[in-house]
Design a protein around this ligand. Structure first.
Ligand SMILES: [Zn+2]
Length: 365
């Protein structure tokens, strides 16, 4: 289905359907009565939720599920950020989208669907890639940031901004049949780099595009993520002193673990105060290749990746050809060439956000 003409010009906006609630729907006390009835939330908790502003970065499976729960719970303003278009294979798990949304920007389709579910709150969307040029602008002013991303690079960037500006955020990830969640309260508990101090090499991480994803996992992980969000926003404790808990769940095997994570004195971010991912020097460089329909992504930090291992993992998904120095991977719609130092050329696009998305999807950073 083609992109609707109106979508092409929309980069950032508020849903046009916003602010036109019919009168009966304005009775927000009724709307949330089953929630405020809970002693854990109560009328005061509901009031706090209604005054909160939450930013969701990434509107894939977890982001979709989390956005739905937040909007229905009456969060005052929900800000949606996503760089991708809806693809047919997203529909298996990304509950905000329908077949008619294929090829539309996720942020636009999500804002429309969510505003229909609750016209009494404010929904703002950005069809953008969150990167170091815009992250502080997009995230500051939030009471909470929720992780719906599919890559570590963006999580490290969110962590830098949130630690710098003391914004609570919830890390969440899902791949295969399992997922993880951890609340991050800057200044109190551990930050994300206390848990993962440095970026692992490309190809070492599983991604949903390579390992697959069971659709119950992001739904479950998003539920945990939103529960933590409600607790943080209503002022309930989610950490124990300087300890937070990383929750890991494998839904297929029904195993659930809770591991204490401490704040590290030698943490590069909250310990030593380095905001590496907010500085251009530690990011990858993205260059459009002149005269070619291609984008080159070069990690600035020197990397050594195993093309053999990467080739084995990508083989199930498309055509892989490799030499000693490079690997070329091709599907019906995408083509990329990866070098041992992590540099990649993504063919068939001039769109930087799309190129980063393909890089994150197949190389796993
Ligand atoms: Zn830290």
């Amino acid at each position: 289905m083609p992109v609707k003409p109106a979508d092409k010009s929309i980069k950032t906006g508020e849903n046009p359907a916003a602010g036109k609630p019919s009168d009966p729907l304005q009775k927000n006390t009724d709307r949330y009565c089953r929630q405020s009835l809970l002693p854990q939330i109560g009328a005061e908790g509901q009031r706090r939720l209604s005054e909160s502003r939450v930013v969701i970065v990434g509107l894939g499976a977890m982001g979709s599920a989390a956005a739905t729960l937040l909007v229905r719970a009456g969060i005052g303003e929900v800000v949606l950020i996503d760089r991708d278009l809806v693809e047919l294979h997203n529909l298996q798990r990304q509950v905000l989208y329908s077949e008619e949304d294929v090829d539309r920007p996720k942020a636009v389709a999500a804002a429309e669907a969510l505003q229909k579910a609750n016209s009494s709150i404010k929904i703002t969307f950005h069809t953008r890639d969150l990167n170091l040029t815009n992250a502080e602008k997009l995230l500051t002013g939030a009471d909470l940031v929720l992780d719906g991303t599919d890559n570590l690079q963006t999580r490290f960037l969110i962590n830098d901004v949130c630690v710098k500006h003391a914004i609570p955020w919830v890390y969440a990830g899902a791949v295969g049949t399992s997922g993880m969640v951890m609340p991050i309260l800057p200044g109190r508990g551990p930050c994300f780099r206390c848990l993962v101090p440095e970026l692992p090499g490309p190809g070492l991480l599983q991604t949903c595009d390579i390992a697959g994803i069971l659709n119950t996992v992001p739904a479950f992980i998003a539920s945990l993520e939103c529960t933590l969000a409600f607790q943080i926003l209503t002022g309930k404790p989610v950490t124990e002193g300087v300890k937070a808990y990383l929750i890991h769940a494998d839904l297929w095997y029904q195993t659930f673990d809770r591991v204490a994570v401490g704040k590290r004195a030698d943490c590069p971010c909250c310990g030593k105060g380095r905001m590496d991912f907010l500085q251009a020097s530690s990011r990858e460089m993205i260059t459009s290749l002149c005269g070619r329909d291609a984008i080159q992504i070069t990690p600035v930090a020197a990397l050594e990746i195993s093309l053999e291992e990467l080739g084995e993992r990508l083989m199930r998904l498309g055509d892989v050809r490799s030499t000693r120095y490079m690997l070329t991977f091709r599907t019906d719609t995408e083509a990329l060439t990866v070098f041992r130092d992590g540099r990649a050329i993504i063919q068939g696009t001039k769109d930087e956000a799309k190129a980063r998305s393909v890089y994150a999807r197949y190389i796993g950073l």
